[in-house]
Design a protein around this ligand. Structure first.
Ligand code: AP5
Length: 185
């Protein structure tokens, strides 16, 4: 299966992606995780990505697309993959289409969560983990960037008949059950 998981910051994409990809036996590919691993390792990619991430901006498409091309060419992605946080721009949608070539995505899952709950989750993570992009001003900007650049992509995938909406409120287990049900319906 080839799946895209979409949703605003704090929707639970990363949390659910690990469980769902594990359940389906496919690779979990998170652009945010790859960037953070590069930041932690101090690679040139990490140095470049960090200034965008800390400002709540998207890393430029030229960088992100090259990175994802490489990642999806790795052997663990052959049986399928769950993309967590990619694509986020129209340019990324086009590049993913090119990478997929003659194959297609199976589903695009959009997780929906109330704004108050998103802010509550990210504020809690800021306390627990101190992620550098989880402060109030940057969270607000990440939400605005998502609304302006990524939310419109759902219409593209809805037109292709691939989009399913999943309620991301409630316990982690309840949300996982809803996603798995949406993927098999
Ligand atoms: P990324 O790491 O993908 O950040 P994000 O999209 O802002 O998403 P988050 O990680 O904040 O939230 P999430 O939806 O994954 O939720 P999570 O499971 O973590 O990207 C970071 C940055 O990298 C971007 O801002 C950008 O700079 C760059 N980047 C990444 N991809 C890019 C791309 N394609 N193009 C360009 N730039 C890109 O959960 C959040 C919290 O809530 C956690 O603490 C979790 O434990 C908790 N939680 C989860 N589910 C529940 C639940 N059901 N109930 C209660 N708490 C819950």
């Amino acid at each position: 299966m080839r799946i895209v998981l979409m949703g605003p910051p704090g929707a639970g994409k990363g949390t659910q992606a690990v469980v769902v990809a594990g359940h389906l036996g496919i690779a979990h590919v998170s652009t945010g995780d790859i960037f953070r691993a590069n930041v932690a390792a101090g690679t040139p990619l990490g140095v470049e990505a960090k200034r965008f991430m800390d400002a709540g901006e998207y890393v430029p498409d030229s960088v992100t697309n090259g990175m994802i091309r490489q990642r999806l060419a790795e052997s663990d992605c052959s049986p399928g993959f769950l993309l967590d946080g990619y694509p986020r721009t129209l340019d990324q949608v086009h590049v993913l289409d090119e990478i997929l070539a003659d194959s297609t995505l199976d589903r695009v899952v959009e997780m929906t969560v109330d704004m108050d709950e998103l802010v509550r989750r990210l504020a809690k993570r800021a306390q627990d983990q101190g992620r550098t992009d989880d402060n109030v001003d940057v969270i607000r900007h990440r939400m605005d960037v998502y609304i302006a650049q990524t939310a419109p992509l759902t219409a593209v995938y809805a037109d292709r008949g691939l989009l399913v909406h999943v309620d991301g409120m409630g316990t982690v287990e309840d949300v996982t059950s809803r996603i798995l049900a949406a993927l098999t319906s």
